[in-house]
Design a protein around this ligand. Structure first.
Ligand code: ISL
Ligand code: CA
Length: 531
């Protein structure tokens, strides 16, 4: 089968914050349809749509109440079918978000088929990702159920074959409707150690990440469902290492096409806790990505991403969103898009949207952020200190509405947005997208090059200037071709020997005219050589 997804670029739409078509302040499916020209022009191939299923919205749709219904906020099943049709008419594909580690506690299964969930007479010490115990007492059953996320997200019991059958049936139903693939939410958490042992300091991850039967379940899902369709699959997999990734994505193993690693997202974290801040050391990022590039080469397949709806905005995180916002947004794009793998662009990344700083905790909507704030406040951590970590890492950084224009609310809604728009919308928005030097045009160029240059999807990766703490440089090589990519992650100049080849991509007007390669602040420059 043709592996079209190896040449594709994926664009993630977080529907609540993309475009509101009816003025209720919530993005919706008709809003996405209105913006298909914008997406098609960017050159992307696939839209990954964050959950649009019926949900009470405890975790913005990652708590599904009914897998076969569209959330009222987003529209109707007819709207969804229209979206698929319009995408397909344009040659674009739709990747659905699939949340099957857990459902909402309002899903009918929770009462009609309690054996689909995980129950214990006594809780163990595991902590939920969203603070507090991962177990909740149910008055009716007089037992505890497991919820790795919020208490309104009970974990499904994958040991139950009936439950698995019901999930596979639901997946086939969507594929028969014409969806082109799945992004599988925390899919490597579905197999838990049946003994449920206590974990060190309440961290149960070794007992539920990449658990004992995970590969059996994925292979069964593949033979029951995935293998019957020409689709793309990506598994979101916290805690998966390169060794795991080779198993999950090795072609002959028939599991998934690629996974989202979290390793490079944890490098600016001082401990196991995401709120424990530490500045990024560039060499850590370089060595990590080098490791993934080389280990999966010919053995599996990488997904490439800098951010998503759970992560801060990359230009604020690894770039410089104050003095060099445009330069660093482009530099980061080039750094990622010349690597091997399938690149993912998160809505707003292509216009250089930044993190947000709301005054008070009440303006934050994310359950992870709110629960963490409540827990730390009780422990006596000062307000300013908690807010500082939210400004750096909070998920709402990525969830403020898409900034379409300099009109009220960034043109996202004519009503009151469900979460405030980043006040910088008057400057950062899509209205400059047609200008030659816009970030959008830069992304468009990178996406286009991937289509025409096989070296980008196939070439060997070699890191250059390994020890350099400020500059990330690498080559890609195949037969008689070579790409050399330089990325300056700092606001100082750095000088190197001039690489071979002609200039392919550049984020400054013209190269500095010297014998040497002088990289200016956040400069990226890419050379192409044919021997
Ligand atoms: O957001 C995170 C970083 O702190 C993770 O803990 C995140 O919850 C984890 O990566 C799993 O994410 C996915 O499943 C969650 C949902 O809240 C996220 O939005 C989703 O991407 C539960 O369904
Ligand atoms: Ca709406």
């Amino acid at each position: 089968m043709d592996e079209w997804w190896k040449r594709s670029a994926v664009y993630q739409v977080y529907p609540r914050s993309f475009k509101d078509s009816n003025g209720d302040g919530i993005g919706d499916i008709q809003g996405i349809i209105q913006k298909l020209d914008y997406l098609q022009e960017l050159g992307i191939d696939v839209i990954w749509l964050s959950p649009v299923y019926d949900s009470p919205n405890d975790d913005n749709g990652y708590d599904i109440r009914n897998y076969q219904r569209i959330m009222d906020d987003f529209g109707t099943m007819e709207d969804f079918e229209e979206l698929i049709e319009q995408l397909h008419n344009r040659g674009l594909k739709l990747m659905m978000d699939l949340v099957i580690n857990h459902t909402s506690d309002e899903h009918k299964w929770f009462t009609t088929s309690p054996e689909y969930y995980i129950w214990r007479d006594e809780p163990n010490n595991w902590r939920s990702f969203f603070s507090g115990s991962a177990w909740e007492f149910d008055e009716l059953r007089e037992q505890y159920f497991l919820h790795l996320f919020s208490k309104k997200q009970p974990d499904l019991n994958w040991q139950n074959p009936e439950m698995r059958k019901a999930v596979y049936e639901m997946m086939r139903w969507w594929l028969d409707k014409g969806v082109d693939g799945f992004r599988m939410d925390v899919i490597n958490l579905i197999s838990k150690d049946p003994e449920f042992p206590d974990g060190p300091d309440g961290d149960g991850s070794v007992y539920f990440m990449n658990g004992p039967k995970i590969h059996d379940y994925l292979q069964e899902m593949n033979s029951e469902v995935l293998s019957k369709y020409d689709i793309v699959t990506v598994g979101e997999m916290p805690g998966a290492t390169v060794t795991d990734a080779i198993q999950y994505t090795g072609k002959e193993r028939r599991e998934v096409n690629m996974i989202f690693t979290f390793e490079h997202m944890g490098l600016d974290q001082a401990s196991g806790e995401k709120w424990d801040l530490k500045p990024l050391q560039l060499t850590d990022l370089k060595y990590n990505l080098e490791h993934w590039q080389n280990a999966l080469h010919n053995k599996g397949w990488n997904s490439l991403y800098w951010n998503n709806h759970d992560q801060p905005r990359v230009v604020s995180r690894f770039g410089n969103d104050m003095e060099y916002r445009v330069e660093s947004a482009k530099m980061l794009a080039a750094c990622l898009h010349f690597m091997q793998g399938t690149p993912y662009i998160y809505q707003g990344e292509e216009i250089g949207m930044t993190n947000v700083r709301f005054e008070g905790i009440d303006e934050y909507q994310d359950i992870e952020t709110r629960n963490m704030y409540a827990e730390k406040s009780l422990q006596g951590v000062p307000h300013e200190k908690i807010m500082e970590s939210i400004y750096v890492k909070g998920r709402d950084n990525a969830r403020t509405p898409m900034q379409w224009s300099s009109e009220a609310n960034g043109g996202f809604t004519t009503g009151t947005p469900w979460i405030a728009v980043n006040p910088n919308y008057s400057v950062i928005n899509t209205t400059d997208k047609d200008e030659d030097n816009s970030i959008y045009q830069f992304y468009k160029k990178l996406i286009g090059l991937r289509k025409t240059m096989a070296i980008i999807t196939q070439g060997d990766f070699t890191l250059l200037h390994r020890e350099d703490e400020k500059v990330f440089a690498y080559t890609r090589e195949i037969r008689d071709e070579k790409l050399t990519v330089y990325c300056n992650f700092s606001s100082d100049n750095h000088t190197f020997e001039m690489p071979e080849g002609e200039l392919l991509v550049h984020n400054y007007e013209s190269p500095k005219n010297t014998e040497k390669l002088v990289l200016r602040p956040y400069e990226t420059i890419v050379f192409y050589k044919k021997f």
